[in-house]
Design a protein around this ligand. Sequence first.
Ligand code: CMC
Length: 429
Amino acid sequence: MPEVAKLSYGDRQLDLPVHVGSEGEHAVDISKLRAETGLITLDEGYVNTGATSSAITFLDGETGILRYRGYPIESLAEHCDFLEVSYLLIYGKLPTAAELETFRSSILNHSMIHEDMRSFYNSVPRDAHPMAILASVVGAMSAFYQDSLDPQNPRHVEVAIHRLLAKLPTIAAYSYKKSVGQPFMYPQNDLSYCGNFLRMMFATPCEDYQIDPDYVRALDMLFIVHADHEQNCSTSTVRMVGSSNANLFASISAGICALWGPLHGGANEACVQMLEQILADGGNVKKYVDMAKDKKSGFRLMGFGHRVYKNYDPRAKIIKRQCDLLLSKLRIKDPLFHVAQELEEVALNDSYFIEKKLYPNVDFYSGVIYRALGIPVPMFTVLFALGRLPGWIAHWLEMQRSDSKRLCRPRQVYTGPTERPLVPLNERS
Ligand code: CMC
């Protein structure tokens, strides 16, 4: 017998069906609520609201589990590369060797952007944030690639997906080159996805860049652990925009804007700035932990806490391990890594953080690796966007293909003035 939840409101009794997901998540279906009772629900920040059913990513915040299409994040990070994981997220299965080769070759061979798009960069100020440039140029893809805009045309959608995955690293690297006043480096298609990105970032026409396989592996791993995280703020934005049948480029551009905020992807940049501040202030981590506990200070520990994880973020564990490996292999002694470790130690033993179940999240250690790779701080959130791209695409696609797709359009409880007469301009005081 299907489960139901019972709601009584006034003299009415209503049976609400309960849906159960494949991992046991129970959800009350309120889709008939307003029609049958006149009621709507109110849930600021969607803390209790399931926006959709999805078969892409499972995460259990209580125990710290994250799986893409059923595969544990730890196995994917260890055994796959980023394009393999992108294929998995977008097409729903791990590729065979032949499928992966075809996919990889298509992505690697479409990495150049339309030549006229390069002039786009001339019109932005040199000190513009690279996330502003990234969102604008991805939005502008709708203008440059008008033959792949129709969300209902499977061929258009497939071409748009490949274009985005292929060109985002080029668009991102150009935004960095713009900020340092160096010539743009064209992509080189015989390189790996991450190797190509690093070369476009750091080579110049007068000096090539030696690609270190350890750097490539570290970047691949970082992209994999960022690749999807179910209905987070930017993914929900992509779905929301896509629900109006906006094209894929426009939807992804909106997702990039949502990611930029310091409570979401922008936290990696904010976290390193915080660690630098602590170091410059003498490395007194206790002082900053105390500040974070004091609501009046307005200060939060960046890279700590999560809406869903009430346990150690499994991505942070993987990144911390990689951080350790990379720094010791490169013989880098980064004082920020030590500050981060100390901060984690103090916070994890503090009753405020224990009671509120605040643990390091994905953004806590990622910045330390990016620094080791030579990535400048303003590019950190751009790298998050490169990693999250396949997740955004997978969710947009899942929604477009869903039989239950509807325009996302929440309701509200209006609290403004009730009807009042308009006073003509010359009679207002
Ligand atoms: N430092 C100090 N106190 C915190 C922190 C923190 N980082 N995070 C949460 N709290 C406290 C908060 O003050 C609140 O206390 P109280 O119940 O007494 O009012 C309680 O913990 C719950 O916090 P919340 O803001 O209601 O929780 P939320 O689920 O709305 O917010 C969060 C989640 C990620 C926005 C928040 O933990 C935060 O601001 N963290 C710092 C920013 C950050 O690292 N963001 C990256 C998130 S992971 C990557 C991603 O999603 O992009």
